[in-house]
Every structure is written in C-alpha cells, then in structure tokens.
Design a binder for this molecule. Structure first.
Ligand code: 13P
Ligand code: SF4
Length: 299
C-alpha cells in the first residue's frame, strides 16, 4: 500500500503533509510531518506541485488551501473535524466583537475558515504569546481555547485577554493526579505538556510546549526519560528521532479520534481519485488569508 501511494504521488507530483498526531504509517509515508505552524509555513513554500494531500483535521487542510488558493488541497478523511474549532461559531464570535468593537481578535488556527475570516490575526500554540505581545492593543479577544489563553496571559501579563470558553477534550483528560503519579514513578523524567492542558497541569509540568516544541526539547535535553502530556501520536516521532531515550504518555495514552481517521486506504483513494477537495469561497479565502499572513509576519 505504501509503495502504491508513493508511485501515485510521484506520478501526480503531489505533496503529502501530515500532523504530528497522525498514525505512524501515515507519518512515515508523508513528505513532511509537523505541528500546525510548521505545516502552515510548509504550505506557503510548496511551489513545484499542484496537489496537496493534507493528513490531519479540517481546519489544517483549510489553512493550507487559504495559503495556496491556486492549488488543489485534499483531506483524505473528509469527516475529520476538530471539536475545539467547532466551539467558536461565527455568529457567536460576531456578538462578542459587537460587544467589544475596538478590540482585535486573535484566533488560534484551530478555528473554521469562516472564523479566521472575521479575525485580525491567527496564532498557533507555538507562537500565540508572540502574536498577542505584538498586537498593538492593550485588550485582545482570544479564542477558542481557554487553556491556551491562560498560558498566553501568564506570558503577557501587561495585556487584558478576553477568553473564549472552548477546550480540547483530548488534552483536558490529563490530570494533576496523573502528573503527581508520574513524578513519583519516574523521578528523573522531564514532564512536557501541551498548552491545551488544564492550568494546574501546566503549572506542575517542567515545560509547556507545542508538539514541535516537545520534539526540539527532547533532542537537546540531557534527560533520558520523558513524560508527554499530549495526543499519543507524537510519541511515534519522539521515539523515531530519539532511539536511545524513553517516552511515556502522561497517565493513559489520550487519543484524538479525528486525527486517527486518516488511513492508508483513504490516503490512496484520495490520491488516486482526487476526492474530497477543500473548497472555500474567494471572499473567505481573501479575508482569512489576511489573518494568517499577519501571523506569519509576526513570527
Ligand atoms: P500543535 O500546533 O502543537 O501541533 O497543536 C495542534 C493541535 O491540534 C493540538 O491539539
Ligand atoms: Fe482538535 Fe484536540 Fe484533536 Fe487537536 S487534539 S485536533 S485540538 S480535538
């Protein structure tokens, strides 16, 4: 199956992008694996291919389309959504904007294209604090993840953040009890958690990082054991890139079932038949692009 995928990919001159949470076999067949920011950047650098196959969830494939309106972008698992992104609906964001007319909106990339289109700047978990710091306003609407908002507020205390009440059900499952038990069991381990985790988990961890931030930290750290508080798919890459180090999920392995909807079969079918293309209106692309470009300018 992997050989066939590679053959069709070459014949069609397609590029396969995959998020760090994808299943091991999908990560291994992809041309590039990364976090949300790296994948968004990569999407802007693709010049020699007209076809992007995005193995991830919908908002990520939409981001690739917005940054490459002239290219065909496909999401092999067409029903792979992100419940966090669904928590910010356009009409509700509009209401909050009306209540706070001069306050800029910073949207995490985990939002729909329509919400990006009514935002001032986008951000990802690896650049959120930098984006908020640089935005020329003392008050900022930050959506949709409250825990990421907490993480940003701590780093940018001089600004007032109006937080949305959204959350990621995967990251919310990591508990302070999981962390205390891990500290007892692995006394020499470094504990890294994603900023979508609850505040008390962030506070008790050694590092709060995006998925690629964790990959970078694991490489440079002297520690040999790491406890990882993020979706379990990242462990594959961590182990592959650090074969002499050990990685364990914090508590139980937590799974984003939407990320796991991409299979080799679906990927092959999508490449072969060019099904499930991401289609967005010109107007939405234009407006959402301005929020994404603003983010890419900041960092
Ligand atoms: P990263 O940007 O860290 O890859 O996170 C994306 C995401 O969906 C986290 O749940
Ligand atoms: Fe969305 Fe959470 Fe899955 Fe990330 S892990 S895609 S935020 S549901």
């Amino acid at each position: 199956m992997i050989d066939e995928i590679r053959k069709i990919k070459e014949k069609k001159n397609a590029v396969i992008l995959a998020h760090n949470y994808q299943m091991p076999e999908i990560q291994d067949v992809a041309d590039f694996v990364g976090d949300s920011l790296e994948l968004a950047r990569k999407a802007t650098e693709i010049t020699d291919s007209g076809l992007i196959i995005f193995c991830g969830v919908r908002f990520m494939a939409e981001t690739a389309k917005i940054l490459n309106p002239g290219k065909k972008v496909f999401l092999p698992a067409f029903d792979a959504g992100c419940p966090l992104a669904d928590m910010a609906r356009v009409e509700d964001v509009m209401k909050l904007k009306e209540k706070n007319p001069d306050v800029p909106v910073v949207s995490y990339v985990n939002t729909s294209a329509d919400v990006k289109a009514i935002s001032d700047v986008c951000c990802t978990s690896s650049n959120a604090a930098t984006v908020v710091k640089n935005i020329p306003s003392d008050t900022v609407i930050f959506l949709p993840d409250r825990n990421l908002g907490y993480f940003v507020q701590k780093q940018v205390p001089e600004k007032k953040l109006i937080l949305w009440d959204g959350y990621c059900f995967v990251h919310r499952q990591f508990t302070i009890q999981d962390l205390k038990l891990a500290r007892k069991k692995y006394t020499d381990a470094e504990i890294m958690v994603h900023p979508e985790c609850n505040p008390e988990v962030q506070e008790a961890a050694d590092f709060v990082l995006s998925t690629s931030g964790m990959l970078k930290r694991a490489k440079i750290s002297d520690s040999k054991i790491f406890i990882i508080g993020t979706e379990e798919g990242l462990i594959h890459r961590l182990k592959k890139e650090n074969p002499y180090k050990e990685f364990f999920s914090l508590g139980s392995a937590r799974v984003c079932f939407n990320m796991k909807k991409t299979t080799l079969e679906k990927l092959k079918d999508c490449l072969e038949n060019e099904t499930d293309e991401i289609v967005l209106s010109e107007n939405v692309i234009k407006k959402a692009r301005s929020a994404l470009d603003a983010m890419l300018k900041y960092v």
